[in-house]
Design a protein around this ligand. Structure first.
Ligand code: G6P
Ligand code: ZN
Length: 542
């Protein structure tokens, strides 16, 4: 029943920041999916008879790829596959299932916050037995394999019914179709004070959760509405759709504008939140206040001990390099470690496994903890809710008190999307070439204190990741960081991260772009952004 099929290697299957991402038609090229999945299996050892978790965010092409992955897993010799009903598993839920059931690993199908549909994005990534994204060593191996693959193996069998829970046989491998929500909801219940949250909702607390027609709909409905008693309709856009209703399931101020406008209006509920395509990102907006992801990480870290799951305190905090230094001040106060990693959740895995960090976060709207090995959108929402319930204050009051205590890191990210790849690389190369000459010079009136190309030395396994973003640090602690996105599917995206620290109590309430205007000018001047990209303004400011 197992067929061996001859195939031709592709040269463009290099996994990016978070797995292989391409447009759907690209994935539909002959054997494109099969080559990549076989290359994953060929790069792994010792999985005979073991369990593989498979699930995705429900986007267009999800079901087709799950059927292929199942037949190939059976042919490869896995003993069991666990699949979410309907092919659905949010990324954090998949991470939890891998860990909880001791699976060998998992295949997650998602292009995260990128749009879905027949001409939009799709993605495949492999997560290891710790529940986290494959480390670079493994993704390098997978990429090497994709370039030399000549055949793949697949079971000759009809499609399985993915919509009925239960156990099925697929050529000797057991396929268990499971409830995608139950294990995750149970995990959340073990971390947070559900009775206190229930009481808060019963006392009239209101919120709006935008699931953006993506995977968290069923999770949020079960947890917020069914278990915690939030009013029906609290979760908006709660049905996962293959094309996310034509929207861009990216919870930022551009794509979740409706929520933002609501939260700034007179009709605002007490709290607003959103999550992305595959449920690992979050957006937090209090009544009348947007909490930036970098600030959210710092505020969650400062208050996490108020939730039962973190009552013992934190072992350490980790953040990606471009994320603001707000969390650093919390770590300093608590006397715990602060780890600065390259962009990409996979870099947190070692720190979490080694017990060095408890909470991690990224400026790209990701926050999470050692409860799984992915960032977790709903987890962040529930931790915020738990903190609100214990402190009995609004998100705005909590944020303002935080800034007063720790100072405020004004922060913005400017994205130049879909620019010419050569122009983008040229900009980065030119910056690299002058790094050594920058210290001591003045740019737009600001004196450069230091400049480098960030390299990470993993304190756990000793591996080194270089060229992870260019940092220009100014006197007084401000900085601009330049990086090319590793998740785009067309052209290049230049990200410019701008940050300034302020601890003058009289200057904590400024408008962000205004507070950063001199640094924005410095970024333009040092990198020649408009000349090199042909753009006079960023496409997205978050
Ligand atoms: C994905 C990863 C994140 C990472 C983000 C950065 O969402 O899971 O860990 O921060 O991509 O994307 P970028 O486009 O900046 O490479
Ligand atoms: Zn995501």
């Amino acid at each position: 029943m197992i067929k061996t099929v001859a195939t031709t290697a592709y040269d463009d299957q290099k996994p990016g920041t978070s797995g292989l991402r391409k447009k759907v038609p690209h994935f539909q090229r002959p054997n494109y999916v099969q080559n990549f999945i076989q290359s994953i299996f060929d790069s792994l050892e010792g999985f005979e008879g073991e369990t593989l978790v498979i699930g995705g965010d429900g986007r267009y092409f999800n079901r087709e790829v799950i059927q292929i992955a199942l037949r190939m897993a059976a042919a490869a010799g896995f003993g069991k596959a666990m699949v979410g009903r309907g092919g659905i598993l949010s990324t954090p839920a998949a991470s939890n299932i891998i860990r909880k059931y001791g699976a060998f690993g998992g295949i997650i199908l998602s292009a995260s916050h990128n749009p879905g549909g027949p001409n939009e994005d799709f993605g495949i990534k492999y997560n290891a037995g710790n529940g986290g994204p494959a480390p670079e060593k493994l993704t390098d191996q997978i990429f090497a394999r994709t370039k030399e693959i000549t055949e793949y193996r697949i079971l000759d069998a009809p499609d399985l019914d993915l919509d009925t829970e239960g156990s099925f046989d697929l050529g000797g491998m057991t396929v268990e179709v499971i409830d995608p929500v139950a294990d995750y909801a149970e995990l959340m219940e073990s971390l947070f004070d559900f009775p206190a949250l229930k009481a808060m909702f019963a006392n009239g607390f209101t919120m709006s959760m935008d699931s953006m027609s993506a995977v968290t709909g069923p999770y949020a409905k079960e947890i917020l509405e069914n278990r915690l008693g939030a009013a029906p309709g609290t979760v908006k856009n709660a049905t996962p759709l293959p094309d996310f209703g034509g929207h861009h399931p990216d919870p930022n101020l551009v794509h979740a504008k409706e929520l933002h406008d609501l939260m700034m209006s007179a009709e605002a509920p007490d709290f607003g939140a959103a999550s992305d395509g595959d449920g690992d990102r979050n957006l937090i907006i209090g009544k009348g206040i947007f909490i930036s992801p970098s600030d959210s990480l710092a505020m969650l870290a400062a208050n996490a001990h108020l939730a039962p799951g973190y009552a013992a305190g934190l072992a350490g905090i980790a953040r990606s390099m471009p994320t603001s230094g707000a969390a650093d001040r919390v770590a300093e106060k608590f006397g715990i470690g602060l780890y600065e990693t390259p962009t990409g959740w996979k870099f947190f895995g070692n720190l979490l496994d080694a017990g060095m960090a408890t909470i991690c976060g990224e400026e790209s709207a990701g926050t999470g903890s050692n409860h799984v090995r992915e960032k977790d959108g709903l987890w962040a929402v529930l931790l915020w809710l738990n903190i609100l319930a214990v402190r009995g204050e609004s998100a705005k009051a909590i944020a303002e008190a935080h800034w007063k205590e720790f100072g405020r890191n004004y922060y913005a990210r400017h994205d130049y999307e879909g620019i010419d790849s050569e122009a983008a690389n040229g900009l980065m190369d030119a910056l690299r070439a002058k790094l050594a000459d920058l210290p001591g010079t003045e740019i737009a009136g600001l004196r450069v204190a230091a400049a480098d190309d960030f390299a990470y030395h993993d304190p756990v396994d000793g591996s080194v990741s270089s060229k992870q973003g260019i940092r220009v640090m100014f006197e007084g602690g401000s900085r601009v960081v330049f990086r090319l996105s590793g998740t785009g599917t067309s052209g290049a995206t230049l990200r410019v991260y701008i940050e300034r620290y302020e601890d003058d109590p009289a200057k904590l309430g400024e408008e962000t772009q205004a507070a950063l205007s001199d640094l924005i000018a410095a970024a333009e001047e040092v990198a020649d952004i408009s000349t090199r990209t042909g753009r006079s303004e960023p496409d997205v400011i978050t």
